[in-house]
Design a protein around this ligand. Structure first.
Ligand code: ATP
Ligand code: MG
Ligand code: MG
Ligand code: MG
Length: 565
């Protein structure tokens, strides 16, 4: 551990901006640019400047502490993953254009990891041999890459971002459940310690009563998710809450328009072409044969949840690769139920039914269908007792009126089970009876850099950021109103005294006007500002300002460190 040193504002690389940058819509994006915390390199790519990096370290350390606390072990895997592993899991085709690929000098394909299930499954498959060695949970904190359709809002949705990803390997479902429960505790504490008001929201309300995936949603108007919740603990994504699985009676019969779409191969391109909202491209889809037996499931995009839903529906489902899509006469971009091969029925996500108009491939190169939703022809089966819930409706658990608002997904936990990676990649162990079985897997992600943005969304005012102490780049700033003399010397001494107590401190030693200093310190959001001036010193005091309450106290110089600590 290095000792705490006094940082000097005169040397700090934090180029502040007076005006709101035109490129930024969200408070977090604007304020982090204005406070000189981040700078854009290209779309979705940001540098973390010194202030941001200090906060990132603190968020990471909270995350580490919580992971270590439940027995997870930190390690680091390469960011690059070989495409062969992605072929083994079958995700290379399913993940779509979000997966960034590159070739090495021997023309071998690698992927910049958007998440690392394959890498970790591969890591343990030849090493963990017996149930006696299980469970094992490994995690890492690392840059991840996703070629997002719409990178935006600064750190909120980047193409390169920092994630904590953890993977657990268990010998039984019960053991997986235990690890999962521990993770839920750790995630709730992580959010709380970062100063975030967050709700655990069941991400797969498709499964009645169960929770095999939970998203941790930081409440903020800027959030992309629309949520409902109740004091009794019920919480749901109001879109997910209404998701029901529907089975078609046959190919859709809505009035569709056949549109010439030259060169539009991918779903994303199609979505762009037709001006779909981003989540309009997230449809799960599966094909079953005449007897209702699954033939294939097509899950476009990266949406793990859709894959898991498909897995639950069909057990032995299958994600099609691009080549397989072609073999079936379906080309990439197929997202709807028209022109299905004879005898093949369609099962699709109810969300199709909710969209007013939609688009799908026509099984014909360069043509798509768009128009009215044929989902109306579907009959609802297994999950029809799920209800759509809105703010104000009675809570399905206790009957009190539901609250509503928006949320930012800061983390997600998944019980994956055996099929999706372990079975596909031949990752097995010998169970108590000596039988080879695939691992029961769980995976658990936290968006570290997105957490930083979410914290700013929840903690700011018209003057700037208001850091919770736990994640503040500096907990205290000591502001000298003079460039030299007694005030300056006292301020310098106070700053050293804070450092000696291991309190992260920045000394505003700049030759700037008081007004400029106050504005910058408010913008950067240090929780405590200690203002040292001649007038106060004449009475033996300095002023301590609490950034979050705005409260100002005159405190005797000798008591300041104790007062703040
Ligand atoms: P989203 O729904 O916002 O696209 P996701 O569900 O695809 O996120 P996960 O695969 O669950 O993301 O990844 C784990 C965590 O990583 C997320 O909960 C989120 O906090 C963070 N994350 C995901 N994508 C991004 C991104 N593009 N930029 C910053 N953080 C991200
Ligand atoms: Mg995503
Ligand atoms: Mg998500
Ligand atoms: Mg997620």
């Amino acid at each position: 551990m290095s000792r705490t040193r006094v940082a000097k504002m005169s040397k700090l690389y934090a180029p502040t901006l007076k005006e709101d940058p035109a490129e930024a819509e969200l408070a977090s994006h604007k304020l982090m640019l204005r406070a000189g915390m981040i700078r854009k390199i290209a779309s979705g790519l940001y540098s973390y400047l010194p202030l941001a990096w200090r906060s990132i370290h603190k968020i990471e350390d909270i995350c580490r502490d919580e992971m270590d606390g439940i027995g997870a072990q930190e390690m680091l895997a390469p960011i690059l993953t070989s495409a062969e592993l992605w072929e083994e899991s079958g995700r290379i085709g399913a993940y779509g254009p979000e997966l960034m690929r590159l070739q090495d000098r021997h023309d071998r394909t690698f992927c910049l990891g958007p998440t690392h299930e394959e890498t970790f499954t591969d890591l343990v498959r030849n090493e963990l041999k017996s149930y006696k060695q299980l469970p094992v949970t490994l995690y890492q904190i690392q840059d991840k890459f996703r070629d997002e359709l719409r990178p935006r809002f600064g750190l909120m949705r980047g193409r390169e971002f920092i994630m904590k990803d953890a993977y657990s390997f268990s010998a039984t479902q019960e053991s997986l459940q235990e690890v999962y429960e521990d993770m839920k505790g750790a995630y709730a504490r992580y959010c709380e310690r970062c100063g975030l008001k967050a709700l655990p929201v069941a991400a797969d309300s498709g499964e009645i009563g169960g929770d095999s995936s939970i998203e941790y949603m930081a409440l903020a108007d800027a959030g992309e998710a629309s949520l409902v919740w109740c004091d009794c603990g019920f919480a749901a994504d109001d879109e997910a809450a209404s998701t029901t699985v529907a089975v078609s009676e046959g190919p859709g019969t809505g009035e569709l328009e056949r549109v010439h779409t030259p060169g539009l191969g991918t779903i994303e391109a199609v979505a762009e072409f037709f001006g779909f909202p981003e989540n309009g491209t997230r449809k799960s889809l599966a094909l079953v044969d005449g007897e209702g037996k699954p033939v294939v499931a097509i899950v476009p995009g990266d949406h793990e949840l859709n894959e898991i839903k498909a897995a639950k529906l069909f057990g032995d489902y299958h994600l099609m690769t691009d080549e397989e899509l072609e073999q079936h006469g379906l080309f990439k971009g197929f997202i709807g139920p028209v022109n299905l091969p004879e005898g093949v029925r369609l099962v699709c996500d109810r969300s199709l039914e909710m969209s007013k108009s939609w688009t799908c491939g026509a099984n014909e190169v360069d043509y798509h269908f768009t128009g009215a939703c044929p989902g109306r022809d579907f009959t609802v089966d297994a999950w029809e007792d799920l209800v759509t819930v809105h703010a104000g409706d009675p809570c399905p658990h206790c009957g009190k009126p539901l609250k509503g608002g928006r949320g930012i997904e800061c983390g997600q936990v998944f019980q994956i089970g055996q099929d999706k990676y372990a079975a596909k990649m031949g990752a097995t162990f010998a169970d108590e009876n000596g039988r080879e079985q695939p691992f029961y897997m769980g995976c658990y992600g936290i968006g570290i850099s997105r957490t930083l943005a979410a914290i700013v969304e929840q903690h700011h005012d018209e003057h700037g950021i208001i850091w919770p102490v736990s994640v503040a780049p500096y907990e205290v700033s000591v502001i000298s109103l003079d460039k030299k003399g007694e005030a300056f010397d006292t301020a310098a001494e106070l700053a050293e005294a804070f450092a000696a107590e291991d309190i992260d401190v920045v000394f505003d030693d700049r030759a700037e006007r008081a007004g400029v200093k106050f504005a910058d310190n408010d913008l950067m959001g240090f929780p405590y500002q200690v203002v040292v001036g001649k007038r106060g010193l004449a009475a033996g005091t300095v002023e301590v300002k609490n950034r979050s309450t705005g409260e100002r106290l005159n405190v005797a110089v000798a008591d300041v460190v104790a007062e703040v600590a």
